[in-house]
Every structure is written in structure tokens, then in C-alpha cells.
Design a protein around this ligand. Structure first.
Ligand code: ATP
Ligand code: MG
Length: 271
């Protein structure tokens, strides 16, 4: 039995429950951890897209985080949607004060195309959050925006990963969902080596929140004292199965089946 593992999640709410804070809480819980939150924004969202986003004032974001840390505590902090430069700065201050390992998911654009980070804040993420990340989890477009390098292949992911490690990230999990091809390849890079997570691309539109889910699952493993490699491997396998078992909700990018480990044998007969 892994340790409980407390994860403080600093991210935005997705009313549709497929991504954002809701996906984070489900992933942490499904893997046996304890999730607490500092909500950065309320998004009005379903599988068809984000129709509005209401930012939470930065001092209220900080107050939520401090209330959690001063009482419940946390083993790992996970950041997701931050919205703008001011919140990026706030998050960097919180990470400094908390002095905890951080999984930084540098969320920039939602699956449906809505911007979740102001364009001018990407360089600030590179300067303030990349060096503070125990693990950074960019997708291909985010890796491009952070490093200025083109990312169209797995080797490009590697090159961008090197640049992010050089900027001070403890490790990078370079996600390959946006790299075209019949197989999806994620590359975990640490100063000590590289691990590939590779599978056939699942042909589905139900991939809403895969990134949030992966980062939170990874954060849970770290909070449970797993190594980065073991936490990433479990998180990757958890997401693959959650995509395979997606319940088919909504008319757009539908959610995953976050709860599959809690159910044991399901209706499709999988253990
Ligand atoms: N069609 C697919 N088949 C198999 N695995 C996938 C597929 N799409 C994404 N993944 C996996 O899901 C995880 C998230 O990757 P992706 O590159 O899609 O992140 P993301 O763009 O940040 O996601 P999101 O849009 O939810 O934020 C990775 O582990 C990736 O390998
Ligand atoms: Mg993402």
C-alpha cells in the first residue's frame, strides 16, 4: 500500500469535470492520494469548449494555498492553469515559501483552442516556474512556446527537453500527444537519463484532460514517495487505461474514465 500522499493543486476549475481541478482531484483520489486545491479561475466549460473564464484574484489564490499548507500540509504541489503573468509570479512565490517538490504543467491552450495562459506569460513561466519544477510536463506546443524550438518529432521533443533541463527543471516529461504519427511517444528526461513511454495512438475524440490527469497522477506518485521514473510510469499507464475506458460523454472532446482503478472488473470485463 503506497503512503497517502498529499497534493496541493493550483489550477482552474472545469465545470465539465474532464480537465482542470476536477480531473486533478479525480486522478489523485483514484491513485490513493489526498487532493487539496487553490483555484485560479472558474471556467464555463463542457466537452465542446470553454465559453467563459473568470479569474480568481491572485491574493485569494495565495490565501487558499496558505490555508491548506498551514493546516493540512502537502507533500507535492501541482500547478495547472494559471491564466496570466501575475498568477505565474504568485505561484513562484508560493513554491518558494512552501519549499516542496512541484509538478508544473505549463498549461497554455485548452483542447478546444481557448487560451488558458496570456501569450506574454510564457516567457515568465520559463524564467520563474521551469527552474522551480521538480518535474515539468509540457506538450509539444508548450515546449515550443517555452524554448522557441520547433517541435514536430520525438527528437524535437528531446531537444526541447534538454533546453528545459538546462533552464533548471529537475526532470521533464515531454508529452507526445500532439506529435503526429500512429504511435504516441512521451519522453521522461532527467539529468541521469531518459525513459520512453510509447503506445499505439488510441483513435478517439475522448482525450479531454489527458495532460492534467497525467501531471496529477505523477504528482500523486511523488507525494507517495515513488521515484520520478516509477511515478511517471504509473501515471502514464493510468492515463492510457483511462483513455481506453472513456465513457463517451458529450459531443466534443469527452472526458476519460478517471475512476477505473476504483471499480475493479468493469462492464467491459477488464480487471
Ligand atoms: N490518442 C492518444 N492515444 C494514446 N495516448 C494519448 C493520446 N493522446 C494523448 N495521449 C497521452 O496522454 C497524455 C497527455 O498528452 P498530450 O500531449 O495530449 O497532453 P496535453 O496536450 O497537455 O493534454 P491536454 O490537452 O489535456 O492538456 C500523454 O501521456 C500522451 O501520451
Ligand atoms: Mg495540457
Amino acid at each position: 500500500m503506497p503512503a497517502l500522499g498529499r497534493v496541493l493543486i493550483i489550477a482552474g476549475s472545469d465545470s465539465g469535470g474532464g480537465a482542470g481541478i476536477q480531473a486533478d482531484i479525480k486522478a489523485v483520489t483514484a491513485l490513493g492520494g489526498y487532493a487539496a486545491t487553490a483555484i485560479t479561475a472558474i471556467t464555463v466549460q463542457n466537452t465542446l469548449g470553454v465559453s467563459a473564464a473568470y479569474p480568481v484574484p491572485p491574493d485569494v489564490i495565495a490565501a487558499q494555498a496558505r490555508a491548506v499548507l498551514s493546516d493540512i500540509g502537502a507533500d507535492v504541489i501541482k500547478t495547472g492553469m494559471l491564466g496570466d503573468a501575475e498568477v505565474v509570479e504568485q505561484a513562484a512565490r508560493l513554491l518558494d515559501d512552501a519549499c516542496l517538490p512541484a509538478v508544473v504543467d505549463p498549461v497554455m491552450v485548452a483542447k478546444g483552442g481557448a487560451r488558458l495562459l496570456a501569450v506574454d506569460a510564457a516567457q515568465l513561466v520559463m524564467r520563474l516556474l521551469v527552474p522551480r519544477a521538480a518535474v515539468l510536463t509540457p506538450n509539444a506546443p508548450e515546449a515550443e512556446a517555452l524554448t522557441g524550438l520547433a517541435v514536430a518529432t520525438t527528437d524535437d521533443l528531446r531537444r526541447a527537453g534538454e533546453a528545459l533541463l538546462a533552464e533548471g527543471a529537475g526532470a521533464v516529461l515531454m508529452k507526445g500527444g500532439h506529435v503526429p504519427g500512429p504511435r504516441v511517444v512521451d519522453v521522461l528526461m532527467t539529468p541521469y537519463g531518459e525513459t520512453l513511454f510509447e503506445a499505439e495512438r488510441i483513435e478517439t475524440r475522448h482525450t479531454h484532460g489527458t495532460g492534467c490527469t497525467l501531471a496529477s497522477a505523477l504528482a500523486t506518485g511523488l507525494a507517495q514517495q515513488m521515484s520520478v521514473e516509477a511515478a511517471a510510469a504509473r501515471a502514464w499507464a493510468y492515463v492510457q487505461e483511462a483513455i481506453a475506458r472513456a465513457p463517451g460523454l458529450g459531443a466534443g472532446h469527452g472526458p476519460l474514465d478517471h475512476g477505473w482503478p476504483l471499480r475493479g472488473q468493469d462492464s467491459r470485463g477488464k480487471a
